[in-house]
Design a protein around this ligand. Sequence first.
Ligand SMILES: [Zn+2]
Length: 147
Amino acid sequence: MTITEKYIQLILPYLSGADGGEVETFTTPEGLIGYRFPCPLCSGFVRTEELRTRQLASLTPYKGSFDYLFRCRRSGSKECRGGAKNFHNFLCFYNPNLFRQYQKELLPRLLTQRGDVQSVSLVRGELVLNQFSNQTIEQSEPSQKSY
Ligand SMILES: [Zn+2]
């Protein structure tokens, strides 16, 4: 299980919401498991319980990465508007405390997995990987042949 999957498992029991909604799994065309649930970021602004429990939000894994994309089809709050978000951006809005824990656990892993990453920083909620600059290694002059 990846760190991201571990955190998804942690929040899944709460994503059904307080109004009797449900979390449903689905399979992507690539055979990966995603989740559909009532949007925790905008369901609170919806008046009727029936609309609040509609599974308009989803976390979809994408192939070739260990990340998930969060989407809300209602886009009823500024946090869930603006298209798909990476899991860490969603978690940042959904549960800031858990997000900080996730970062702490994820960053050392990111750094060790990628040898080209010098440091990781957070810019406006986005994880930014700072790569080593391409330094040219000066080659020493070949030593002169001595006879
Ligand atoms: Zn939403």
